[in-house]
Structures are given as C-alpha cells and as structure tokens.
Design a protein around this ligand. Structure first.
Ligand code: ADP
Ligand code: MG
Length: 369
C-alpha cells in the first residue's frame, strides 16, 4: 500500500510484528532479531520450552471509519491481540501506533488518558456494575472523566436513546435481558465518544435471534457514528455481515487479512476455506463479480449499481430477462444476465468441491487492502 496515493485509506491504528508470549522467560527470545527468523518456527520453539505464544508476529492496520473484524477459533489469540492494542496486556515485542504515535512509549498516566478519552471497549461479559442503574452505569466513564453534570446527562441520554433503552434508565442490570444488558455496555462505551471502538465478542453470549438484532443495531449505529472499530468474533457469518475487512487468526498467527469476499473466493489455506464453506455465495458475490463479458450494453437496458450483492440483484433479474447494465462511477461496466449469475455460481460450486480449475469468478473491483 502506498501512503501517497490520494485515495489511500487513512490509518487509525497500526500494529507491526506484535508478539505476546505468556511466561516471562519471553525476553531472551527477542534479544535476537525475530524478524529475520521464521515466526512459526520460533513460536514452536517457545511452545517446546513451555511458554505460551498467544500472539505471534501479527501485523495489520485499522483504517479510519472501518469495521475491522478479528475472527478465529477460541484460543487463537483474538482477545490478546486486542488487549495489546490498548496495552491492557503488554506486548512482548512489536509496535503499536495510534494516529502514528507509538503507544508502547506512553507512560501509564498517558495511557489511562488515552483509554478514557479515545477508546471504547465492550466485552462479552457485559461488565456492568450490579448496584448501579442503567443511567449511572452509562454515566460511569463520564463521571470518572470528571465531566460537568449537565454535559454528562445530555450525553448519557443521547446514547441511551441511540441503543433503544429509553424509559429503562432506572432499571438495574439484573432486571434486564442479556440483549438489554449488552445495550447498556454499548451505550456506556459510546458515552465517551471514542475514536476507536474495541468490541470483544459482544454478542456471543446472546441467543441467535437477539444476536442478529444486535448486529443490525450495531451497523445502524456505526452508519451514523463512523467509528474506527476492531470487532472480535468466532462466528464467520457474523464477521461476514459486519466486516469491511477481516483478519483470520490461528494459533496466535494472522492467517489472512482481506475483505470478506476475498477470503471466501481465495482462502489462503484449508483452515480459512473451512470457515467459508457454508457461506452462501449469493451473499458474498457482487453484481460486478458475475458479469457476462460477451454481452454488450444496449440502450434502454435497466441499470443497477455494480456493487449490489447478487442476492439483492436476483429479484430484478427475474423481471428483466434481457439483462441489466451494471454501473460504476456513472459508467456501465458490463451486463449481468440470469445465465451469467448461474454460470458463476456453478463454477464456484465446482471449485469448492475441488472438481474444477480455479474459479473464474474474480472480484471486479478491489477495495484497498
Ligand atoms: N493471562 C494469561 N496467561 C497465560 N496464558 C494466557 C493468558 N491469557 C490468554 N492465554 C492463552 O493465550 C492463548 C490465546 O488466548 P485468547 O487471546 O484469550 O484467545 P481467544 O480470544 O481467541 O479465545 C490461549 O492459549 C490462552 O490460554
Ligand atoms: Mg477471547
């Protein structure tokens, strides 16, 4: 990626070659130059020595305004990475930069200020104060900041409205459902108006139906607030719904980073492919992925945005058998027909079953990675 290109994404948070090794014998490993060696081999040696390399040589950027999802099985190191980003856990090695400033050089006092004012955190376990009602739970971080009461009350009321808990201000956590408790957690983290929002499996403890509602709610909130977000989940379908980009972790390592569709179409290895196996292709593919190259755009053809998902395009295709012109940046880039969609889906299916050459379906655009 080139920082100088005009439309390059702006980086909010970046981490480079971050390691976290539990057990304090970690230090000697890093006296030698880690970057010259093979991180996988070094991690294996650490494990052999009885240390726990929870995060192994992880590098990625979080762009301003994006939802960056970290996905992986339980124990793969997701929570530890995110704790390294806020230095709730001290990385054993590597670099973390927030707005280009080196977070690992900040003093404890500076860090507390950064966490209080710039970072919001939401955890799976809600972490509410049982003896405080909804209003006071949400107000707590602002109280800790020493905000004047009038400002505090105004902000608390606003975020309580945002998460749909109006009228429940005086309820205590035990009187709320799991979904409502997590709404309080979300409101509390938003009350400080964080620039960076960390959510560690926030919906994993909730029933599937509630989880889905919370995802919608979360996306609605993000649509309005445009935070820079790191969101952890072990659920690939959840990741698919909300991620702008995602990183898949295994045994502390980042296996693949990319837009969800890139991971589904071009999984880096069998581990990633297994996650993506059950994903409905119509949801992942965009119209631009299923163009019919042999069809010319004709005058009077209906038009659609080339970024529309195939799923959303289907009803339109059913009505317009002759095809639909796909538009991007005011220009038509090709035609999609029912036949071109079926051909693309069939080819993908064959590819996944391992009975065919690599997929012909490639993304027509490439989001900045
Ligand atoms: N405080 C700790 N001390 C020792 N090992 C830990 C500690 N925290 C996490 N681990 C280990 O680090 C690995 C990654 O854990 P974690 O980041 O919590 O994974 P995830 O969030 O993906 O489930 C696991 O093997 C876990 O047992
Ligand atoms: Mg975790």
């Amino acid at each position: 990626m080139d920082d100088r290109t005009p439309d390059a994404p702006q980086v909010k948070l970046s981490c480079r070659e971050v390691w976290k090794v539990y057990r304090d014998e970690a230090a000697p490993y890093f006296r030698q130059e880690v970057s010259t060696g093979d991180p996988g081999a070094l991690a294996a040696r650490m494990r052999g020595d009885g240390a726990i390399p929870a995060v192994v040589d992880v590098s990625f950027d979080v762009h301003v305004g994006e939802i960056f999802v970290i996905m992986g099985l339980s124990g793969s190191g997701k929570s530890t990475v995110v704790r390294c980003l806020s230095r709730l856990v001290e990385p054993s090695h590597g670099e973390v930069r927030l707005d280009r400033e080196d977070l690992l050089r900040k003093s404890d006092r500076e860090l507390i200020e950064i966490r209080r004012h710039k970072m919001g955190m939401v955890f799976q376990s809600f972490g509410l104060m049982p003896h405080l009602n909804v209003f006071d739970n949400v107000a707590l971080p602002l109280t800790l900041q020493g905000r004047p009461a009038s400002e505090r009350n105004e902000r608390v009321s606003r975020v309580i409205r945002l998460v749909g808990l109006e009228g429940r201000e005086s309820a205590f956590p035990r009187q709320l459902s799991g979904g409502q408790q997590q709404r309080v957690g979300i409101a509390r983290s938003l009350a400080v108006e964080p620039e960076l929002w960390f959510l560690d499996e926030p919906f994993s403890a909730l029933d599937p139906l509630i989880r889905r509602q919370m995802q919608d709610e979360f996306l609605r909130i993000q649509h309005r607030l445009k935070k820079s977000i790191v969101f952890i989940t072990h659920d690939f379908l959840e990741a698919l719904r909300i991620a702008d980009r995602m990183m898949i972790m295994r045994d502390g390592r980042a296996v693949q980073v990319g837009a969800p569709v890139d991971l589904v179409l071009n999984p880096a290895d069998d581990y990633v492919a297994e996650f993506t196996e059950d994903v409905p292709m119509v949801r992942v593919l965009k119209a631009s992925d299923v163009l019919d190259p042999s069809q010319a755009v004709e005058a009077g053809m209906p038009r659609e945005d080339a970024d529309l998902s195939v799923e959303n395009l289907l009803p339109r295709l059913a009505r317009h058998r002759g095809g639909i012109a796909m538009m991007r940046g005011g220009e038509s880039i090709g035609v999609v027909t029912a036949a071109s969609v079926i051909a693309a889906l069939a080819q993908e299916k064959q590819h996944r079953a391992g009975t065919d050459a690599p997929p012909s379906v490639r993304r027509g655009d490439s989001r900045p990675g």
